[in-house]
Design a protein around this ligand. Structure first.
Ligand code: NI
Ligand code: MN
Length: 232
């Protein structure tokens, strides 16, 4: 299984059975993207919310690849009207896509569809838990502040092995809150995201890693450069 960071909150996950998953594919306006939109392929696109730095190039990629888009109900209505293959769901639900399970979980953020001119209501923002065919569970939190369900619902119920969480501050948790989130989630592997895309969310990920290390847990913080891959 490979998790490639495309900068910001965009990830490309390839499972051992070669299912190609894109999460929040913000590519063409992403100043740190290591890839072009045209070279991306996908079977499944997950969208955490309607902000353009997450919805990104979903329309272009889905049109070209005919990938299934899993998003909240409001987004799926919009996407279906564009003739795309969308599966709507809501927080607490799980859908099976080929041999993986996708569960939508809470996040504390907003979700208006700011990628369309008239700005539509975009339902609730969310995170996702992906349960892969080998049993490994990946949590992508989307944009979020710190919230107590990370400790109870997300940790206790879903037990993620790998967590992808924001550390950029301003629009999401900053390093201080993200270190607490790391403790609450206690994954084996933690990959920080949503930082150093723009000056407003500049952070030193090494300082964040030291904060997590000082908690004396077994969490391994994996700091990727855009384009780098975590593999297991
Ligand atoms: Ni956002
Ligand atoms: Mn964002």
């Amino acid at each position: 299984m490979m998790i490639k960071w495309l900068g910001h909150s965009a990830f490309q996950i390839t499972t051992n059975h070669n299912l190609r998953i894109l999460i929040d594919p913000f590519i063409s306006n992403n100043p740190v993207s290591p890839v072009t939109v045209e070279e991306l392929t996908a079977d499944l696109i997950l969208v955490t919310h309607g902000h353009q730095d997450h919805f990104g190039d979903t329309l272009e990629i889905a049109n070209r690849t005919r990938a299934l888009i899993v998003a909240n109900h409001e987004h799926s209505l919009f996407l279906s009207k564009q003739g795309l293959n969308a599966q709507g769901m809501n927080i607490g639900g799980t859908v099976e896509v080929q041999d993986i399970e996708v569960t939508m979980v809470n996040s504390t953020h907003s979700s208006d569809m700011d990628f369309i001119e008239e700005i539509g209501a975009g339902g609730s923002s969310c995170g996702f838990i992906l349960k892969l065919e080998n049993g490994r569970k990946i949590y992508h939190s989307g944009d979020t502040g710190l919230f107590g369900d990370m400790k109870t619902v997300i940790r206790d119920v879903y037990e993620p092995n790998i967590a992808l969480i924001p550390i950029g501050d301003l629009f999401t948790m900053g390093p201080r809150e993200a270190a607490i989130a790391a403790d609450w989630l206690s994954p084996e592997v933690l990959i920080p995201m949503h930082y150093n895309t723009f000056p407003a969310i500049e952070q030193n990920p090494m300082e964040f890693a030291e904060m997590v290390e000082s908690l004396n847990t077994d969490i391994e913080v994996v700091i990727l450069e855009p384009g780098e891959v975590y593999e297991e």
